[in-house]
Design a protein around this ligand. Structure first.
Ligand SMILES: Nc1nc2c(c(=O)[nH]1)N[C@H]1C(S)=C(S)[C@@H](COP(=O)(O)O)O[C@H]1N2
Ligand SMILES: [Mo]
Length: 307
């Protein structure tokens, strides 16, 4: 997306909702649609992304379910907690630290980080490790396009991600339900796979806070917990990085966490899932149905061992 600095934008360009835009907020150039990161909860701004050939044409999960039934332990452990509590998070200004094995480490403003990329709409299935799934129309940019300009070196074998740690606004972080900050990681080829996106919106608007504003990963062939929210740090590493769920229960949550109906969670089967909004369970698909795009990355690997 082409991102312009805030000066050439007036409130009239973006309100229906009367949002006060700060100077440092950014816009996309996609068909004139504006993307702004405004403080406060009622800050969703209309966005548009180019359609993508990677999108599914399955029926989308209702916006109410996408934004009202969430996992985001920084704001509580119940599915309804994030919608209630995440409004407290200040998402502007927002900086992203890029470090580790790369030529251009530094601390970047979110607008600088996204600049020059075209927003796409990606309608993806998301399969939670707990046994439910959704179909969500994301707006985002391929992660590969975001990362390449920072010049990962030949030593960069993995990419590690970190969520914000700010217990003053993230009330769930006042208790040690997980190791904070939430961390996730991908192997370099997984990070660079064209399916992997950094999402900044959904349903044609900026990301609601409960879905990980201002930007969160979406890795649709892996269990949902790999899709880390509210990212403030991205590190290129030589070694496989530690991840929050693996640290808390290594037997239950592996590093790869590819959706796999044949490898059960120690406490429940992964063979079927319930699409939120539906009653009957449906079979879970290998790699969440994205095998054509991703299976080759795991050729020769024992997916029971590397679960
Ligand atoms: N920082 C952070 N990211 C997170 C989580 C979390 O608790 N904290 N939960 C994960 C889990 S378990 C799922 S299923 C997805 C849910 O994303 P959604 O609420 O946007 O559907 O977010 C993932 N990302
Ligand atoms: Mo999940």
């Amino acid at each position: 997306m082409l991102i312009r600095q805030g000066g050439d934008l007036t409130e009239n360009d973006v309100t229906p909702r009367g949002i006060y835009l700060r100077r440092r907020e950014f816009m996309t150039g996609v068909a004139g649609a504006g993307l702004a990161l405004a403080a406060g909860p009622a800050s969703a701004i209309a966005l548009r992304g180019e359609p993508s050939r990677y999108s599914t044409d399955e029926e989308k999960t209702s916006k109410d379910n996408v934004t009202g039934y969430n996992n985001y332990y920084e704001f509580g452990v119940d599915k309804s907690d994030p919608a209630r509590n995440a409004g407290a998070l200040t998402t502007s200004p927002w900086t992203v630290k890029i470090d580790g094995e790369c030529d251009k480490p530094g601390t970047y403003d979110l607008g600088d980080f996204l600049r020059g990329n075209t927003l796409q709409e990606r309608i993806y299935r998301l399969r939670c490790v707990e046994g439910w799934s959704m179909v969500i129309p994301w707006l985002g940019v391929p992660l590969a396009d975001l990362l390449k300009p920072y010049g990962p070196t030949s030593k960069a074998k993995y990419v590690a991600f970190e969520t914000l740690e700010r217990p003053s606004e993230m009330i769930g972080q006042r208790r040690s339900v997980l190791y904070w900050p939430y961390r996730e990681g991908l192997r370099m080829d997984e990070a660079m796979n064209p399916l992997t996106i950094m999402a900044v919106g959904l349903y044609g608007e900026t990301l609601p806070n409960q879905n990980g504003a201002p930007m969160r990963l979406v890795v649709p062939w892996k269990y949902g917990f790999k899709s880390i929210k509210s990212i403030v740090r991205i590190s290129f590493t030589e070694k496989q990085p530690p991840t929050a769920w693996n640290r808390s229960a290594a037997r239950e949550y592996g590093f790869y966490s590819n959706v796999n109906p044949e490898v059960d969670h120690p406490r429940w089967s992964q063979a079927t899932e319930r699409r939120i909004g539906e009653f009957r369970r449906r079979p879970t698909l290998m790699f969440n149905g994205y095998g054509e795009q991703v299976a080759s990355m795991y050729r020769g690997m024992d997916l029971r061992k590397f679960f």
